[in-house]
Design a protein around this ligand. Sequence first.
Ligand code: UTP
Length: 295
Amino acid sequence: MNRAHSSKVKKALIPAAGLGTRFLPATKTIPKEMLPVADQPILLYVIEEAVRAGIEDIVLVAGRGKHAIEDFFDRSYELEDQLLKSNRVDLLERIQNIRNMANIISIRQKEALGLGHAVYCGKPIIGQENFAVLLGDEIMYSDPGEPTVVEQLTKIFDETETSTVAVMEVSTEDVEKYGIIAAEKTAQSYFKVHHVVEKPRKSEAPSALALPGRYVFTRHIFDYLENAKPGKNNEIQLTDAMTELATHRGLYATLFRARRFDAGDQLGYLMANIELSLMRPDIGPKLKTYLKGLL
Ligand code: UTP
């Protein structure tokens, strides 16, 4: 995998400990981040995005079904032995590369108390460093050779040393589903964030700029998460801590360039499966013929 410029951001945290209620009953035993899109789990697309941005250490915050996630990045002697004996070298290499692509450190969020709490669980491992956060159920597809969304953020971070998050423009109908930023344009390609509102009503949204789930933070975010009180839906909200960060330390937001799939949602998951499978040379053409026939 081709790696990016050398960034100041070497660590990433991936929260994958939510209850995944939109995918029940499948997610009763399987974390939604491990559901397959084409032939690999959603989580692997997310990790590949981080690694392409030069991330070396990945902190996975897992809840129930933690073993499925850990086992995926572990060696499977029996499987690898079988693949070797049957001379399926390509597949063997692919399996081995997954293990070696980054240092994977898994920690547990014992209770799903909210995204802010999941991020705070990573504090003992992230320590004093700057880090990226990638939601484990969002796939951001960038063409090969193009910067991934995390890389687009780390480039701004490297210049400004200020926390930077990805935003996208959504319709007025959709503001209620996201964290929405109040921000002003700067002379550069990014916005200066004033505050963030979690899932506002249409009438209360300060803009139509929504947070899809890619962030780069300085360690200061932990100071604000440490003191955070439960917010909307009685969860520890990352957006509340982001408002504190914006007020005291500064926060930028940039419109990202990538094809985004909300794979934690049933429709988004199906769209990811169709589009990413269509891109594959082995199954794409046959799937296209099938879909044309169906419609
Ligand atoms: P979501 O709100 O999409 O996840 O959180 P959820 O709560 O599992 O989803 P539903 O609505 O019940 O289907 C976004 C990301 O944050 C993680 C989730 O795993 C997901 O990747 N998350 C959320 C945590 O790790 N811990 C939490 O307490 C909440």
